[in-house]
Design a protein around this ligand. Structure first.
Ligand SMILES: [Fe+2]
Ligand SMILES: [Fe+2]
Length: 462
């Protein structure tokens, strides 16, 4: 049943490993799994909710995911270096709780770096959905990426999707609270608080961006869907694919390197003192994995910046959730020891940024518009303005952190550099080292109405 390979694809056709992973049509069929959807039917509805994500190596691997309104016959992805395609791959297809939608995933590997690939998604009896993506180049070239959390399905969320397109981000790093299909968010919701149809609305909302660039997601408290698997993550896992290099026992942690920046995704639900349903499920094993990642990345001469993303805030003054002592107790010492440059959080629906931090204290001022060196300290950013209803930004003299007993302990807010209550997206431009040996990460935070919220130039010399 495989279509004839296009001659132009011959040298770069995915290898046997790729074909086996994806389940090549004419091969062994759909990859087996506990959530395998086997019932087949004809459907005239097109593929929707198309979203991409990098594999562990953005240079050579890409996941293509999409959904159909129900089960379909012979779902497939055609891939090629031109819109003539040439290679047909069969997805892994999975169902999910209390929705008719079926989610399809193809894990592409052995792709050519810095190369545009065209894809077509289809099934028997349905129209095709077409798109293309470009793999990351291997060399250090400047590139732009977007970071934010707490998007949901909303008018400003859709505006932010357009903003990400307009700004030319090469990928998005999404730090949890994605679709809010679980409205309670504490991991204890009743079924009446859960609307899993919101996942499909969300995926449709982001498709104008996510069908062309990877959206790298992490879980927030609203991804703990009570009744949906032991951790509540089965709904999330059915819909997203991630690099397969995370902490053992967890699919929610992973890392990847793009250019001179290393990205580490953590699960804040594992460390938080606030909503503790999943606290400690990775525990020491997760922290060992994190430390090994940090050691490996700091040992590499081609990596200048380390950016860690997860949901709950290490430092945020916003009184809605403020700061989380669990995050500080578990990870802050590691961030200090290995000089993590930037930590991106969400959870508080606002934008906020700290000065340079070491050992729990601001060690150098970093006002809006300044140039600072993260050789000296870590910048903590709350980028929770993705689109879900914004929290007012009231700068109190005292904010608080949640301690191990769930108590709110007052503390001064001298760590705060910038705060803003509008919906926004944080954009970063990563630049390789210049002639003086300075690598640069330019932060530009843009509100969904286009206005500028924050800028900061982050340099690294060591
Ligand atoms: Fe949120
Ligand atoms: Fe949250």
């Amino acid at each position: 049943m495989t279509e004839s390979p296009h001659s132009g694809l011959a040298r770069t056709a995915p290898s046997r490993r790729t074909l086996l992973k994806a389940g090549l049509i004419g091969g062994t069929g759909v990859v087996a799994g506990p959530m395998l959807w086997t019932q087949a039917a004809r459907s005239a509805a097109p593929a929707t909710g198309v979203h991409l994500s990098y594999g562990s190596d953005p240079v050579s691997r890409m996941n293509v995911s999409w959904s159909t309104a129900g089960s379909v016959q012979a779902p497939r992805l055609d891939l090629g270096l031109t819109p003539d395609y040439g290679l047909t791959l069969r997805p892994e297809s999975v169902s999910s709780r209390r929705v008719d939608s079926v989610y399809h995933h193809v894990d592409l590997s052995d792709l050519r770096s810095g190369t545009r690939y065209y894809y077509r998604l289809s099934h028997d009896g349905g129209p095709a959905t077409r798109g293309s993506f470009t793999t990351a180049p291997p060399s250090e070239e400047p590139f732009r990426f977007a970071a934010f959390g707490d998007m949901g399905v909303a008018e400003d969320a859709a505006r932010n999707v357009n903003l990400i397109r307009r700004e030319g981000a090469e990928f998005a790093f999404v730090v949890g609270d994605i679709a809010y299909a679980d409205d309670g968010g504490m991991g204890t919701s009743r079924e009446s608080q859960q609307d899993f149809g919101l996942w499909d609305e969300f995926l449709t909302q982001i498709q104008p961006s996510s069908a062309a660039i990877p959206w790298m997601t992490t879980v927030g408290n609203h991804e703990m869907e009570n009744g949906n698997g032991e951790l509540g993550y089965d709904g999330y896992r059915a819909r997203f694919r991630h690099p397969d290099n995370g902490a053992s026992g967890g699919q929610e942690t992973y890392s990847f390197v793009r250019g001179n920046v290393a990205f580490i995704a953590l699960d804040g639900n594992d460390a938080t003192y606030e909503y503790t349903r999943n606290k400690g499920y990775l525990g020491a094993a997760g922290d060992s994995w994190l430390e090994l990642q940090l050691i490996a990345f700091r040992a590499r001469a081609d990596i200048d910046f380390i950016l860690v993303g997860f949901h709950q805030c290490a430092y945020c003054t916003n009184v809605a959730h403020a700061s989380d002592g669990g995050i500080r107790d578990r990870w802050e010492a590691l961030f200090d020891r290995y000089q993590v440059d930037v930590v991106i959080n969400g959870h508080n629906h606002c934008y906020e940024r700290t000065h340079l931090m070491r050992a729990g204290k601001p060690v150098q001022q970093a006002p809006r518009g300044s140039t600072v060196s993260t050789d000296e300290g870590t910048i903590y950013i709350t980028a929770g303005g993705g689109g879900a209803s914004a929290y007012p930004d009231i700068l109190p003299k005292l904010s608080y952190y949640t301690d191990e007993h769930g108590l709110k302990i007052p503390e001064v807010t001298d760590y705060r550099a910038v705060g803003d209550a509008t919906h926004s997206v944080a954009f970063f431009d990563a630049h390789p080292r210049d002639a003086e040996g300075r690598a640069r990460l330019d932060l530009e935070v843009i509100a969904s109405d286009g206005s500028k919220v924050d800028t900061l130039t982050i340099v690294r010399t060591r």
